[in-house]
Design a protein around this ligand. Sequence first.
Ligand code: P6P
Length: 344
Amino acid sequence: MDHRLTLTQHLLREVEEHTPGGGPVASILAQIATACKEIRAELAEVGLGTLAGMKGGVNVQGEAVHKLDWYANEVFKKHFAGSGLLCTLISEEMEDIFHLDEDCPRAEHVLCYDPMDGSSNLDVDGAVGTIFGIRRKALGAAHGQPEEVFEPGTEQVAAGYVLYGPQCMLVYGVGGNVHGFTLDTAVGEFFLSHPSIRMPEQGKEYSANLARLGAWDPAFREFVRRHSHGGESERTYSLRYIGALVADFHRMLLRGGVFLYPGDAKNPSGKLRLLYEAAPLAFLAEAAGGAASNGRERILDLVPDGLHVRTPLVIGSRYEVSAIEKLLAGDRRPELTTSKGASA
Ligand code: P6P
């Protein structure tokens, strides 16, 4: 019987031993897994407990806060305070940088995370997830100041997410590799289920909130037209949109395709946040052979000037991301024949 590799064993082998300075990163990833197991246990029966519904108030984004948004963030704070692993937490649910005084200056890493991405899905039992990116504190940055993370996403040392779906999966990327683990709830351990994930060069699905189509740059509308029925694409594409970035991304990671969240005249930077949504997923996309841009620039090259800055996001298979970037650059020539020829 094949030995089932646990996340802990995998982290020791892949991160601690093969990633420069990997020891603390392996421990941070293991601690994230433990925190997310606690979150999942609560999610599994949220309808029976006291955490269903809204907490009241809005977060720094001006979005209504679900009780589980708040709960998941508290779980992360609990699991890292005093761990000696992190100096700073940056969360969608906290307006300011959260400094773990007792852990500094021993700890040299910062965690940027969205504790409960897609929480509006919770009340309809839809998929949600936790997204995270791990960075070293920027050299020379004032202690406990936002400047600790005002660096491009290429400075992330690891990134990943936990998807709370029919299964509970943890996916992490480090050193150019992406691996997926599935939670065995009977054992309470994540086991390697998707080693060395590679994103397909091209997909057959695009993912976007098409109710916003009329507000987008015409280039996005042209991409949608070309890849919908009656368009010129050699492949017949389907539309898939779950309303939780982490779930839409996970599908693309495994099946290919592209996710679009453009800006518009009212919100030129779109809705998604750079530090704890776009940059961690861009890190994974590129490590798996995909791509991520704001339509014109590589997401991983963007340098934030605020903790909650937003960015338009085009992320997924290289073929589709490139096709959109060409359209946005004004190149209306027909797309190159796919490497795989006519549609499947
Ligand atoms: P819309 C969830 O609120 C989120 O931040 C992402 O997870 C998701 O992709 C997006 O917003 C959905 O936004 O405008 O389509 O409802």
